[in-house]
Structures are given as structure tokens and as C-alpha cells.
Ligand binder design. Structure first.
Ligand code: ZN
Length: 244
């Protein structure tokens, strides 16, 4: 089976659509695994929820999903993120709200645990350092874990001796799943932050035992125009051009 792993769609319909089309071009997937933050920042929250729900999928909640439905206090957010979260909340239909409310924090599927931030703190923790990664291996039971939240494609690897290493997750290079435990971030679909403005996602092939990351060009200016129309913060519009 092949699974599409997507994180941080962030209401960016052009990016999400391009990622789904890219998966199709590569032979399709049986199911999408969505690592949270379907909404927030971008201009098309309802359309992104609708498109996600049209796919066979499992999903977990992210901090922006909770912020949009008033489940976390946006005083923790920077002013631009808070403004976008409040705008997003006003766009959602009751059905969208109900869908976001229903998302679990953690799902175990196959040999993977899926969370947004980290296994230790699924909503808020950013996994960006080797020490934080290492500590988090004690907080999930499966061999592998997928996280989002930082929007940076990374792989944490814990070997049999208990040593943790952290590497970038390169694009178009298959990671082979063997004996070591891994925490994998596929990068962000709708607001990449690794200095590369392409949308980023991964495919897990359960027969080949590989996870491969792909980067996908999408119409960034279409998303930026939609954000301008909606009066979303300028800094959020500009950053999409740079992937920061
Ligand atoms: Zn995010």
C-alpha cells in the first residue's frame, strides 16, 4: 500500500491541489495521512477541509486547527498568525468546525504514530533539535512517527545503542525503513519554511518499506492574490515566495 503524508496545508488550496495531482502522477495513494494544520495562515480554509474530506484519509489536530475553533488561546500566536486564525474562524461553516473538533491528537496506524507537534506534546512542541527528538522517542510505542508543525523536512533516527541523529530529509531520495526508530517530518504543504517555496510532502510505500519526500511547484501567486483579496497579513503573503 502507498500512503500520502501531508502536513501543514494551511488553507493553501493551490498547494494542496498540486500535491494531490503530483501523487496521482506518481501512481496514486490508498490513503492520505494528514498531520494537522489544515487551516490557518492561508486564504481557503473551507475548500481545503472539503478537499481533504473527499480523500480517503486519517488526520490529527494541529495548533492552528484548534485556534480556528477557539480551542487554544491565540495570545500564544504572533500577531499575524493570530489575525489569520481569527479570520479563519469566521469563514468556517458549522460542519467545518465540527470536523476540526473531531480530530484526535494522536493516531497509530501500521507501524507509525501520527501527531502534529511531537509525541510528547502533540499540539505545541516543535521538534527541531537532536535532544528534543531523542527525548520524544520515549513518548510513542510504534517504530516510526510522523510529525509536522515546524514545516521543515527532517529525519530523527534512534539507533539500537540509543544514539539519536538528526538530518535533513532530502527530496527525491527514498529513506529505507529498517531496524532503527525514526521520527519523520515531510515538510509543509502550504507554508514551507526550509528556504524552498515548493510544497513538500512524502509517500510511504509499505511493500518497498520506503518513505520518499517530494517537492512540488504550485501557483504561489494565485494563493498570494487570494490572500490579498481577503486582507490577510502582508508578511504571511510575502513569506510564501521564499519558503521561510
Ligand atoms: Zn503549521
Amino acid at each position: 500500500m502507498r500512503y500520502g503524508i501531508v502536513a501543514d496545508i494551511h488553507s493553501n488550496l493551490a498547494a494542496f491541489s498540486a500535491v494531490l495531482a503530483d501523487m496521482e502522477r506518481r501512481g496514486g495513494v490508498t490513503e492520505l495521512w494528514c498531520l494537522g494544520d489544515v487551516v490557518g495562515y492561508g486564504p481557503d480554509p473551507c475548500q481545503c477541509i472539503e478537499l481533504l474530506r473527499q480523500q480517503p484519509h486519517i488526520a490529527v489536530a494541529g495548533n492552528h486547527d484548534w485556534a480556528a475553533i477557539g480551542k487554544v488561546d491565540t495570545s500564544w500566536f504572533n500577531p499575524d498568525a493570530a489575525a489569520a486564525a481569527h479570520w479563519t474562524g469566521r469563514q468556517l461553516t458549522p460542519e467545518d468546525t465540527h470536523y476540526l473538533e473531531s480530530l484526535p491528537l494522536t493516531v497509530a496506524k501500521d507501524s507509525f504514530t501520527l501527531v502534529h507537534g511531537s509525541p510528547r506534546d502533540p499540539i505545541f512542541e516543535y521538534l527541531l533539535s537532536t535532544s528534543d527528538g531523542e527525548e520524544n522517542f520515549a513518548h510513542f510505542q510504534t517504530q516510526f512517527c510522523c510529525v509536522g508543525h515546524s514545516h521543515v523536512p527532517l529525519v530523527f533516527e534512534l539507533d539500537k545503542a540509543g544514539n539519536c541523529s538528526l538530518t535533513e530529509f532530502p527530496a527525491e531520495t527514498a529513506i529505507t525503513l529498517a531496524g532503527n526508530r525514526l521520527i519523520i517530518n515531510p515538510g509543509g504543504v502550504g507554508q514551507p519554511r526550509n528556504g524552498d517555496p515548493h510544497a513538500s510532502y512524502a509517500i510511504y510505500d509499505s511493500e518497498a518499506r520506503t518513505v520518499t519526500r517530494y517537492r512540488v511547484a504550485y501557483d504561489i501567486s494565485a494563493t498570494q492574490s487570494r490572500m490579498m483579496e481577503q486582507g490577510l497579513p502582508r508578511r504571511l503573503i510575502a513569506r510564501l515566495s521564499y519558503g521561510v
